[in-house]
Each structure stands twice: as C-alpha cells, then as structure tokens.
Ligand binder design. Structure first.
Ligand SMILES: Nc1nc2c(ncn2[C@@H]2O[C@H](COP(=O)(O)OP(=O)(O)OP(=O)(O)O)[C@@H](O)[C@H]2O)c(=O)[nH]1
Ligand SMILES: [Mg+2]
Length: 201
C-alpha cells in the first residue's frame, strides 16, 4: 500500500516536471519571437504557470497540515488526543481557555519547527511524539479558541493557522446554545475549504 502510494507520488512528480519543462521550452520559443506583440504577455503567463505548478510539487513533498478550530471548551484538544491515540498530547482542562497558543504536533521536531516559525516564537509551541501513528503523515495543529476573554490576541494566530492548513476540523459543542453564533463567526475564515478538506464535528 505504502509502496503503491510512493510510486503514485513519484509518477505525479514526474508528470509535473514534464509540464514545467514544456512551459520552459515554450517560454524560450517566445523569446525568439520577441517582436510578436502577444509574445511578452504569453511569456509572463508561462512563468506564472511554472510557479503554480512548482507549488503543487512542494505540497506533494510535505506532510498534510490538519488543524482543529472551534469555540472555547468545545473539545478541540480532547479530539486531537483521541485522533493521535495519546491521552496527554495536548493539554485538556476545565480552566478556560486551556489552549492559549498554536501547538504543532509531529513525529519529529523538524517538520513542526518549520511550520511553527511562521507564527513567531511567542505564539507557537512544538510537541513531538514518535508514538502517534497519525503523525507519520500529518502535522496536527491545536488552536486556541476565538470567543473567550483572550479572543483579541488569539483570533489573528488562529487565522494564520487556518491560512497554512490543508484541512480543517471545526469542533462545536452540540449542547452550547451559542453554537449557531460560533458557526457563523467561523464561516468567513474557512471559506477556502470545502468538500473533504472541511470537517465539522
Ligand atoms: N461530554 C463531553 N465532554 C467533552 C467532550 N470533549 C471534550 N469534553 C470535555 O470538555 C472539556 C473541554 O475540553 P478541551 O478539549 O480542553 O476543549 P478545548 O476546545 O481544547 O478548549 P480550549 O483549549 O479552552 O479552547 C474537558 O473537560 C473535556 O473533558 C465530549 O465529546 N463530550
Ligand atoms: Mg484546547
């Protein structure tokens, strides 16, 4: 299964390189006809397409970033622990808010460090565990809430985490009468996610 997956990734990366090469050749051919008035804008489009395709290739080579978001005390950290199979990976508690920083979980610190650097050292913490099976392929991010008394400090870092995620899990407490408000509040932040990349719990 894993080796099939690796073969598929290698094939996809090979095709991506092929597309990039075709576009570069086209760009060089356009250089040769620089008196043609549409050539310059087509050349720019080729360069833009090469950049976009390179970004796709980078995504193949890194782990999936899976982020949990939601209101205070809805159970984000509890769910993260359940997904990873380790009880105390993220601190859970009655004190609200419990999670006050972005917390990046990974098998080894290096993957997490790269991601955490984007948040600045006072907003992100890194935790590693080789025991969590899911972390082999995924970087898990636990976020602070966006509705407790610390929300003004926390909303910008949650937004940053969302911007860097491939997939979001939005956690709501079904018994909380303000659940609808929380859903409406999060809606604009999560717009770029749909289908399988947005899960509501
Ligand atoms: N009944 C019930 N309680 C839960 C569930 N998930 C979490 N809890 C409890 O709810 C409380 C809050 O859980 P946390 O996982 O700390 O919630 P959180 O969303 O991470 O909270 P903050 O970090 O403060 O934003 C804890 O006491 C959990 O034991 C659940 O599915 N059902
Ligand atoms: Mg928490």
């Amino acid at each position: 299964m894993i080796s099939n997956q690796k073969t598929a990734v290698l094939k996809a990366l090979g095709r991506i390189e092929g597309f990039k090469n075709d576009l570069r050749v086209l760009g060089t051919e356009l250089d040769a006809v620089n008196l043609w008035h549409r050539g310059a804008s087509l050349k720019k489009q080729c360069e833009q397409a090469v950049r976009m395709i390179s970004q796709i290739a980078e995504r193949f080579e890194r782990k999936l970033v899976l982020t949990l978001v939601g209101p205070c005390g809805s159970g984000k950290s509890t769910l993260l622990n359940a997904l990873s199979g380790i009880d105390n990976l993220s601190q859970v508690g009655h004190q609200r808010p419990t999670t006050r920083n972005i917390i990046v979980f990974s098998t080894n610190g290096n993957d997490a460090r790269q991601l955490a650097e984007n948040f600045g050292s006072d907003s992100a913490e890194i935790r590693s565990s080789t025991a969590a099976e899911i972390l082999k392929h995924v970087l898990l991010i636990d976020t602070p809430d966006t509705d407790s008394r610390a929300y003004q400090k926390q909303i910008p870092i949650v937004q940053k985490a969302i911007a860097q995620s491939d997939m979001l899990i939005c956690v709501f407490d079904a018994e909380n009468p303000k659940r609808r408000d929380h859903v409406d509040f999060l809606a604009p932040f999560v717009q770029k996610f749909d289908g399988e990349s947005l899960v509501s719990v």
